[in-house]
Design a protein around this ligand. Sequence first.
Ligand SMILES: *Cc1c(COP(=O)(O)O)cnc(C)c1O
Length: 375
Amino acid sequence: MSSSRPLYVTQPALPPLREFMPYLEQIWDARMLTNAGPFHARFEAALGEYLGVEHLALFANGTLALITALQALRITGEVITTPYSFVATAHSLLWNGIKPVFVDVDPVTLNLDPARIEAAITPQTTAILAVHVYGHPCDLDAIERIADTYNLKVIYDAAHAFGARVGGRSLVDHGDLSVLSFHATKVFNTFEGGAIICPDARTKQRIDRLKNFGFVDEVTVVAPGINGKMNEFCAALGLLQLEHVDAALARRAELARIYRAAIDEIPGLRCHPDPVPEGANHAYFPIMVESAYPIDRDALYQRFKARDIHARRYFYPLISAFPMYRGLPSAQPDLLPNAVRAAEQVLCLPLYPDLEAEDQARVIAVLQEAGDGDA
Ligand SMILES: *Cc1c(COP(=O)(O)O)cnc(C)c1O
């Protein structure tokens, strides 16, 4: 029975339902469903404490948070970004009427390559929108140096980076703004949700207005803001999820260790990145299927699928290959060789706190059999 159950790349972590019932009763009693209610306030404070940041603004989802982050900093013109991400990264630029300029990724980290950023800067460039892909940190120092030199803002799409740390500090505590997603597929979820980490109370106030249509008070609207508010249900769930997230992160690390030990023995497969950076959150388990492996990435993906194991090709296709981007000069594949190769070689394996040992063993067995050249 267990040998045939379908496996997905992720399975959302949820607390026991009985733990959530008292929260629901409070919402029903208070009849405060959204608009900065009591759970919104409590979750915002508790999340700030957990992440070790003073100022943050909760959102209905990560995409609205990205769109609002760009609006809050008044970003215009051109923004340098990565083709190797989820499509929402670049879409947030288009929603602001900004032209994305794609720059290739570093072949080792798969994050935006700082050495290629300067050549892409023009008089229209106003910011860098970088992504901590799979929760692994960008080259923070190099990006900051470039931003300082050319007077650019830095926004980090930290959708994968919940709980990740770098140099003893929360990874989301970097850049002018950092944006989190609490979508169901992420390390930490509120069904749907997101947040902007910001440097000071004034910026938070501006963001809080922008996520509520631009309202300042009952009769004053100061900007064309959007509806980005997190509701009380999601905020209450987030508050409860915080109690369980450390255990979830520990379990992810344990499963990742088991994958690594097995995959290190299989020629042609490489864990990404190798070694895993200190403070990693193990949000994903990407492997690179290289030419020494008997079958290519897509054949391996299909072989998994035939066994009801739904690994994912994050990130294929590249953002720069989608129709609304591929006409841009910076989207040409020959300018993005490292991103193109990663999009062809990466496969993300099932990884989530409830992944059972026997199911993980099934995944590893497929990798070993295909590696031995078994049909
Ligand atoms: C999930 C994700 C987003 C979007 O977040 P949502 O909460 O789903 O809107 C943005 N960027 C990256 C890199 C993501 O993985």
